[in-house]
Write a protein that binds this ligand. Structure first.
Ligand SMILES: [Zn+2]
Ligand SMILES: [Zn+2]
Length: 478
């Protein structure tokens, strides 16, 4: 049968309508669909980094994998920045604005685990991705690539960057990268972290300073000539005693922890060397600085009283996070647009089995499908993103990559980070970040508002890295 004229014109009209609706497809849908189309490729990257499980500053294969994926996508990659072989910056585009996506990829020692809901190390004693940084780096990379694809398609001016930031767990690479000026021209930094719920964050956390206090005394026979000796261990004990007395007289949200890393070789030798490793924290760097000076005074007093000498090496220091409410609201809107994590029957069974291994999990099962209101309560932990946040308007949020109730740094977290539940949370994070990136490029007013809040929150503040001129501690995990 030959189609008549009316049928043909109806068909032509349908084609036109379909075209128009495709064009009307908004930027957000484009980036969400773009990331979804590469789900398998991104899952492969995240699971490969999960298997590498490289610890801080040793992330040679993990950083190389991300670098190569970004180079394949058209980014120019600057490797080994800030004197750190596994740190890098991948950049695409020209001019302003400059939007940064921040990614991590280090694992934790001793937390190896199979992706199963009972404790079963993949390799006993080996490192594992118990903080989900395999997902963290991959999602931030996926967002950077999606925004780059969109910038390219729209022929827009602007720069999108991915910051490859190693050794978040103790090595604090971001602090060295900030010190090297790598974030200087960034307009907004977007970060996220794996978690057991989906929520933007208005919360700050704890600034921290850490150092090794080394005491030097005089060795002698502990029975035959104790009067000829001066014990370095006595000095460590005297210092710890004074700091423990001090706990009553510091603001109660402060934290002070120490270990003794060297206390002598044998009880019948007066130790001529002893060392204590301290970490102190407070929500406010200025307050912490005052507490820290009192800790140093305790160390000096301990040396004086025991006839020993003391030297101190600052190991690290990071600022508390400076939150940005405007950016948190943007993230929250975009989280809602993408929607929470939905488990299959198999994943729900995994989640139920995993929750049986936890002591009173805080979040109920099912909450992974919801978007919670932005977090406002202080997080009692520290991150090197803090230093970024005092230099550039920064936002961080979490998605449910872990079964509700799971704590970071546990075998349960490693298990989730290596299977489909982790990947689902990662995809939600990637899409949310990409949407926020597109929003920032589309309307410069967003950047102005985030900047205004940033300026107001940090008024009168001058950034000074706590680490001074210290070199990155590249061997801290060796
Ligand atoms: Zn961690
Ligand atoms: Zn982490």
């Amino acid at each position: 049968m030959k189609p008549n004229k009316t049928v043909l014109s109806v068909l032509a009209l349908m084609v036109l309508t379909l075209n128009a609706s495709a064009q009307r497809q908004d930027a957000g849908t484009q980036v969400i669909d773009g990331i979804e189309a590469k789900r398998q490729a991104y899952a492969d990257v995240a699971l490969q980094i999960w298997r590498y499980a490289e610890t801080g500053f040793q992330e040679v294969k993990s950083s190389a994998l991300l670098e190569s994926r970004l180079a394949d996508a058209g980014f120019s990659v600057q490797k080994g920045v800030a004197g750190i072989p596994t740190a890098f910056v991948a950049s695409y585009g020209n001019g302003r604005p400059v939007i940064a996506f921040v990614g991590e990829y280090d694992a934790l020692p001793g937390l190896s685990q199979e992706p199963v809901p009972e404790k079963k190390p993949a390799s006993p004693g080996a490192p594992g991705h118990a903080c989900g940084h395999n997902l963290l780096g991959t999602a931030s990379m996926a967002a950077a690539i999606a925004v780059k694809d969109w910038l390219n398609a729209e022929r827009r001016v602007g720069t999108v960057r991915f910051y490859g930031t190693p050794a978040e767990e103790g090595g604090a690479a971001k602090v060295y990268m900030v010190r090297a000026g790598l974030f200087r021209d960034v307009d907004v930094a977007i970060a996220w972290h794996p978690g057991d719920s989906n929520r933007a964050s208005l919360a700050s956390n704890l600034a921290n300073i850490s150092a090794k206090f080394r005491f030097h005394g005089i060795a002698s026979h502990a029975a035959a000539a104790p009067d000829k000796g001066r014990s370095a261990l006595d000095a460590v004990e005297a210092m710890n005693m004074m700091v423990n007395q001090m706990r009553e007289h510091v603001p109660q949200e402060s934290r002070i922890h120490f270990i003794i890393t060297s206390g002598g070789a044998a009880p019948n030798i007066v130790p001529d060397f002893a060392e204590a490793y301290y970490v102190a924290r407070n929500p406010d760097m200025k307050v912490l600085d005052g507490i820290w000076q009192r800790i140093v005074d305790a160390a000096r007093g301990a040396a004086l009283g025991t006839g020993t000498t003391m030297d101190m090496e600052i190991v690290g220091g990071m600022y508390n996070l400076l939150p940005n409410g405007y950016l948190a609201e943007m993230q929250s809107r975009n989280l809602k647009r993408v929607g929470g994590v939905k488990y299959t029957d198999e994943e729900r069974a995994f989640a139920e089995a995993l929750r049986k291994t936890m002591l009173s999990p805080a979040q109920p099962l099912g909450s992974e499908a919801q978007i919670l209101p932005p977090e406002t309560e202080l997080t009692p932990a520290s991150t090197d993103l803090g230093d970024v946040s005092w230099n550039v308007p920064t936002t961080e949020f979490t998605t449910a990559t872990w079964v509700p109730g799971t704590s970071a740094h546990t075998w349960q977290a490693t298990a989730c980070d290596g299977m489909s539940i982790g990947i689902k949370g990662m995809m939600l994070a990637a899409k949310t970040m990409a949407l926020t990136g597109v929003d920032l490029f589309t309307d410069p007013a967003h950047i102005d508002k985030a900047r205004a809040e940033f300026d107001q929150r940090r008024s009168g503040f001058t950034y000074k890295p706590v680490i001074g001129d210290r070199k990155p501690p590249l061997d801290y995990r060796k």
